[in-house]
Design a protein around this ligand. Structure first.
Ligand code: HPA
Length: 287
């Protein structure tokens, strides 16, 4: 079975479980950032393990299920857990869930992640909205034949397409407004993606800073590229779980990343609850 048909089969399976829930907003929760899934009302839960062709997360802190329901009153599909390239998944597998979201009718996604803070002044526990990214994964999930049938908007699905505003400016503005209402300032930052799984060396972090990166992580970028290929709007939110290598006082660890994630996930959940209905309103207006 070809890739497109596999995505279609997975989407049909999920759709059958969700019934009448026609979510236009998708949310991907990163490492240790699952709390927002618990804020979903009237949840319909579909474990990834039940979805045909769906990749399974092997990392601690990533649970691996779709949770559909109401967040802040808006119909959403939350992906609690994602798979990464460093787990051994191919670029097509890493971005399979994003293709499924597109086929389910999602028109805007919020991609969250845990990230190391590179820019001076960032501290662990801070949320940062992504303004742009730098792809240093060494590959692009669109390598290979183009599949225009994945397009969800007119003009999308092209071989070559624009990435000048990969992270939607209106969605960034809206997230900053809601953070402000919630009592904190949300700064913008540039996310640099590495293939992982080792954390970076201090020399790499100095190099990344010189390149213009604010944050570093091992996810999100492939999903953003594929979402933009389909014509899906993207809001990216990083949770700074640690200062990047060489900037803090202790060695980096996955435990530290998860610990900080736990501590800020409630703030992220609160922000997502505010942002989801605003995004839903926006995408429904254009229909
Ligand atoms: N580097 C890469 N990925 C990460 C980090 C980091 O410091 N923290 C959380 N994810």
């Amino acid at each position: 079975m070809n890739y497109y048909d596999q995505v279609a089969e997975a989407a049909a399976f999920v759709k059958a479980h969700l019934g009448s829930l026609g979510a236009r907003v998708g949310i991907v929760l990163g490492s240790g950032l699952g709390a927002a899934a618990a804020a979903v009302n009237d949840p319909v839960i579909v474990p990834y393990s039940e979805i045909p062709h769906f990749p399974q997360s092997t990392v601690e802190g990533h649970s691996g299920r779709m949770v559909a329901g109401l967040l802040g009153g808006a119909s959403v599909i939350v992906m609690q857990g994602r798979v990464h390239f460093y787990e051994g998944y191919s670029p097509l597998e890493v971005t399979f869930p994003m293709r499924v979201l597109g086929m389910l009718g999602v028109r805007a996604v919020v991609l969250t992640n845990a990230a190391g803070g590179i820019q001076a002044g960032l501290h662990a526990g801070e949320l940062v909205v992504l303004s742009d990214h730098i792809n240093l994964m060494g590959w692009n999930p669109l390598n290979g034949p183009n599949e225009p049938r994945f397009a969800i908007r007119a003009g999308a699905g092209k071989r070559f397409f624009d990435m000048t505003e990969a992270y939607s400016r209106p969605l960034r503005m809206l997230a900053k407004e809601e953070a402000h209402e919630d009592g904190f300032a949300l700064e913008e930052g540039v996310y640099l993606a590495t293939p992982g799984p080792s954390f970076e060396t201090p020399a790499e972090i100095r190099a990344f800073r010189a390149l213009g990166a604010t944050l570093v992580g091992m996810s999100t970028v492939p999903e953003t590229i594929v979402a933009r290929h389909m014509g899906i709007e993207v809001l990216g939110i990083s949770c700074v779980t640690n200062l990047a290598a060489g900037l803090g006082t202790k060695p980096l660890s996955h435990e530290e990343v998860n610990e900080t994630g736990k501590w800020v996930e409630s703030r992220l959940a609160s922000l997502l609850k505010r942002v989801a209905p605003r995004i839903a309103e926006r995408v429904e207006m254009e229909e």
